[in-house]
Design a protein around this ligand. Structure first.
Ligand SMILES: *Cc1c(COP(=O)(O)O)cnc(C)c1O
Length: 398
């Protein structure tokens, strides 16, 4: 019996390991030269003018909202198809989250944003779900018209391009005010835990850098180095969100491999598309003609009216065939804590999509043979379902 194909495995190479070991031997563990090097490389890669390395994407989102002075009385519009922390950060600054429904592609619908605008709306947080770019042209023109801030949740989108430029690039006419990236274990690149804030606005970058480390004056990080200075001043009560050099060491080498990771993910996504595109029970994920999908996730959709089994059963069937799958995301309104807002934030398209999506394993650590096995498992569940339908049986597949 062949081994279970887990939904995700990180791809960590010898270079990452050696750099961590060197960092541990260097005498400097917290944010220092390596974090600064990672920031410069990430700013170059994304075409952003400024990058601040932080300990998570959640921290980057929180810092962006705080540095833009978004708080009590303000409303921030985001998508229901996201990880909960996008919405938590809005609550953490005391603002009110407002959800706008998604398009067929799973990303926030600019027309739905428009419908949710009020005089209190201050910002929009579009999420580039699975690495598919949002309709930034429509979102940015709306934001400019209504003087709203745009913070891109790019947790899935390191490597996503929109109209020939990386998201957030200073060369793009469609970059938001800021973007937040995640280096969580399953993301396009990882530092174990980590994140990056990017912007092209110098004042915003400086405020975020200040807030990311207690609100203490610049260069405090090297206050214990030989050329450092013991003196520092607190300008405002900031947070403790900096990225350590031990983790930045991993990020420096992961970033060098990101383009090859994306090429591998895209090749595997094509294999899935070729296999599933001809089955009427399945619908392949949305792609873009307006840029480059980073293929963080492969969101297979079930045509449930052609299947006798539910999405949840489909996932159990895959597990029995040795394949780990997941679901992105449980709509925000379906979590107990958010039920109180569910009514005025109704997002029927997100809920409908949720009921039929499955995230299949998609990462550069997979072998082609493993991808073939995932394909065989998915087509096997579909074939078993067809036999069941043909037999007109009411019972489930054994
Ligand atoms: C993973 C994720 C986050 C949070 O990233 P962390 O680095 O774990 O804080 C935020 N938004 C989305 C859409 C995510 O998938």
């Amino acid at each position: 019996m062949s081994e279970f194909i887990a939904f995700h495995r990180p791809s960590i190479g010898e270079e990452e390991i050696n750099e961590v070991v060197e960092t541990l031997r260097s005498g400097w563990l917290t944010s220092g030269e390596r974090a600064a090097r990672f920031e410069r490389a990430f700013a170059d890669y994304t075409g952003s003018l400024y990058a601040v390395a932080v300990n998570s994407c959640t921290s980057a989102l929180h810092l962006a909202l705080a540095a833009l002075d978004i708080g009590p009385g303000d409303e921030v519009i985001t998508t229901p198809l996201t990880f909960c922390s996008t919405v938590h950060t809005i609550l953490h600054v005391g603002a009110t989250p407002v959800l706008a429904d998604v398009n067929q592609d799973g990303n926030i619908d600019p027309a739905a944003i428009d419908a949710r605008l009020t005089p209190r709306t201050r910002a929009i947080i579009p999420v580039h779900l699975a690495g598919l770019p949002c309709r930034m042209s429509a979102i940015m023109s709306l934001a400019r018209r209504r003087k709203l801030r745009v913070i891109e949740d790019a947790a899935h989108a390191a490597g996503t391009h929109y109209r020939n430029e990386h998201l957030g690039s200073v060369r793009s006419r469609f970059a938001g005010d800021a973007a937040a990236y995640s280096f969580y274990a399953t993301k396009n690149i990882t530092t174990g835990e980590g994140g990056m804030f990017t912007t092209n606005d110098r004042a915003l970058a400086e405020r975020v850098r200040l807030l990311a480390l207690h609100g203490i004056t610049k260069d405090a990080w090297n206050r214990y180095a030989s050329n450092g200075n013991w003196f520092y001043r607190v300008l405002e009560p900031g947070f403790k969100y900096n990225l350590s050099d031990i983790l930045a060491a991993i990020g420096i080498h992961q970033l060098k491999r990101l383009e090859s990771f994306i090429a591998q993910r895209a090749a595997y996504a094509r294999m899935y598309n070729d296999a599933f595109g001809r089955l009427e029970e399945l619908e392949t994920p949305a792609d873009t003609t307006e840029g480059r999908h980073a293929w963080h996730l492969y969101l297979l959709r079930l045509n449930c009216e052609r299947l006798r089994i539910s999405r949840d059963q489909f996932i159990r069937e895959l597990a029995e065939r040795g394949v780990g799958a997941s679901v992105h995301f449980i709509p925000i309104t379906m979590h107990p804590f958010f039920e109180r807002w569910a009514l005025q934030n109704a997002c029927p398209r997100a809920e409908a999509l949720y009921s039929r999506v499955i995230s299949l394993p998609l990462h550069p650590g997979l072998s082609e043979g493993e991808v073939q096995r995932v394909i065989a498992a998915v087509t096997g569940v579909v074939a078993a379902n067809r036999r069941l339908m043909a037999a007109g049986a009411g019972q489930r597949i054994a």
